[in-house]
Design a protein around this ligand. Structure first.
Ligand SMILES: Cc1cc2nc3c(=O)[nH]c(=O)nc-3n(C[C@H](O)[C@H](O)[C@H](O)COP(=O)(O)OP(=O)(O)OC[C@H]3O[C@@H](n4cnc5c(N)ncnc54)[C@H](O)[C@@H]3O)c2cc1C
Ligand code: SF4
Ligand code: SF4
Ligand code: SF4
Length: 440
């Protein structure tokens, strides 16, 4: 019997609050002793474990060294301690193929980059995601090897997905691969690649997605229940950004019909409720919102005109960080699969304040408060933001709202009200308040 498991295994085996469910420990275990358990967290087969400690070393859940990640990604010690991380150039663009663009989350730039790599033979597959048709409230990672599979995998899936668990399949597969990953996936992946030379040679590009939070598994299930879906209709997919940008949250029936799960678009409604009530605790303590250690990071373009409308509807924003990212972008532009303009010198597109705050200020304050109170919190080698009193109040309020997770029945009823006709006045008030900020 192996003694003292908590001292060398990944954080899920000693403190689940801190597990991001990135799947790195599962994908990196050399003897396949780990798998995704029925509760979505890593599960161990102690008969296989050889106590090598590798899963503990690569786990980003309990703490992160930004200095180490900087060295591993950029080969030097220059830590850019701001929300957008180290940026070589900034681009706004979209997939040239209109069907790819329309189906995607933002402008389809991620899918366009991957299509280029596949067509050029630079990769033989891409690690992307899909919802599990038999359990459409749950996402999974898989290797797309054809253009059709890649295009079907486009869009954002906001539920928790243990993407890095799928790396174990890559180790024994010939060829090189691109990976699409959230910031926590990228952290685990970079640390794993530093030790696993064989796997490192297989990863051609890491495309990071911006991430404010994911949604804990009950979130999507509750949303389906609110729509009476699941019990009454067969559903095979949940699409969070269906239709014209920014899209709507929809369930797709087995007959191909769409069932809208909310009464406004993605941005003005349900995603805010899902993030407020169903964020995993660990996401509330995550301080990387822009996938700082990816080769290229991609986000929506939420910047607005002075009149209130969005500046760039149906476009993606790309932050190129490394030489591999730059080469992939340049070649995708040359091949014509991607259309993009360089906006590096335009300060408007440099950062997005609304994303900087929750991650860089609010979440750091929460980590600091929890550490002082003796509660579990990840350790970072970046110090907490100084935080004005208003920031501290905002952090407390957000934590208080989130504590509704302790009463799942009440949370469900509240969500049900908010996505019903009763929630429409709230959407209207939100839209009016937003519009007021832009009135001359
Ligand atoms: C949980 C989550 C939170 C996000 N938060 C923000 C945010 O706060 N601000 C912001 O600007 N952008 C955010 N994004 C990114 C944004 O939603 C788009 O993914 C991004 O703009 C790229 O759009 P695209 O049209 O270029 O990508 P597409 O061409 O639609 O391709 C998206 C790719 O991402 C993959 N993918 C989808 N979901 C996941 C996942 N959970 N994990 C790994 N890969 C995945 C898909 O399989 C696909 O290959 C978030 C995305 C996710 C998944
Ligand atoms: S590696 Fe990821 S999935 Fe595994 S325990 Fe750590 S945070 Fe959780
Ligand atoms: S064999 Fe190593 S990597 Fe796998 S579970 Fe055991 S300690 Fe972790
Ligand atoms: S907020 Fe952080 S921990 Fe949560 S899914 Fe996004 S990157 Fe991972």
């Amino acid at each position: 019997m192996i003694e003292n498991l908590g001292s060398f295994l990944s954080i899920a085996f000693s403190d689940r609050t801190l597990c991001t469910r990135c799947g790195t420990c599962i994908g990196g275990c050399p003897v396949e002793a780990l798998s995704i358990g029925s509760d979505g967290y890593p599960a161990i087969d102690l008969n296989r474990c050889v106590a090598c400690g590798r899963c503990g070393r690569h786990c980003p859940g309990g703490g992160l060294s930004y200095a180490q990640l900087t060295r591993l990604t950029f080969g030097d010690d220059r830590d850019a301690d701001h929300f957008d991380g180290r940026v070589d150039s900034v681009w706004i663009g979209h997939a040239r193929d209109i069907s790819v663009r329309m189906r995607a989350a933002s402008g389809g730039a991620v899918t366009a980059l991957l299509l280029h790599l596949l067509r050029a033979g630079e990769v033989s597959g891409c690690l992307v995601t899909r919802m599990v048709p038999e359990e459409p409230w749950r996402g999974e990672a898989f290797v797309a090897r054809t253009e059709a599979e890649l295009c079907a995998a486009s869009q954002s899936r906001y539920g928790v997905i243990s993407v890095n668990a799928a790396l174990k399949g890559l180790r024994s597969t010939a060829g090189r691969f691109a990976v699409v990953a959230l910031p926590c996936h990228v952290h685990g992946l970079r640390m794993l690649l530093a030790e696993d030379r064989g796997l490192r040679q297989k990863i051609a590009l890491i495309v990071g997605l911006f991430c404010s939070s994911s949604v804990a598994p009950p979130g999507v299930r509750d949303l389906l229940r609110c729509g009476g879906i699941g019990r009454t209709r067969a559903v095979v997919d949940v699409r969070f950004r269906e239709g014209p940008w920014p899209g709507r949250i929809c369930a797709i029936g087995a007959d191909g019909r769409r069932h809208e799960l909310h009464r406004s678009n993605f941005k003005d409604g349900a995603i805010n409720y899902l993030f407020s009530f169903y964020s995993p605790q660990r996401c509330l303590m995550c301080i990387d919102g822009s996938a700082e250690f990816a080769d290229v990071s991609v986000s929506d373009v939420w910047q607005r005109e002075s009149t209130g409308g969005y500046r760039c509807e149906g476009e993606s924003r790309l932050l190129v960080r490394t030489a591999a990212g730059r080469t992939a972008l340049e070649n995708a532009l040359i091949s014509g699969v991607l259309e993009a303009r360089d906006v590096t010198s335009d300060p408007v597109f440099r950062t997005h304040r609304k994303h900087v705050y929750p991650k860089q200020v609010t979440n750091r304050l929460r980590v600091e408060r929890r550490q002082k109170a003796g509660l579990s919190a990840p350790s970072y080698d970046r110090t907490a933001a100084s935080g004005a009193p208003a920031d501290r109040r905002r952090e407390r309020l957000k934590s208080a709202i989130h504590s509704i997770e302790m009463w799942p029945g009440l949370r469900y009823l509240l969500l049900k009200g908010l996505v019903s006709p009763l929630g429409e006045p709230i959407i209207w008030v939100r839209q009016q308040l937003k519009a007021r900020r832009f009135r001359p």
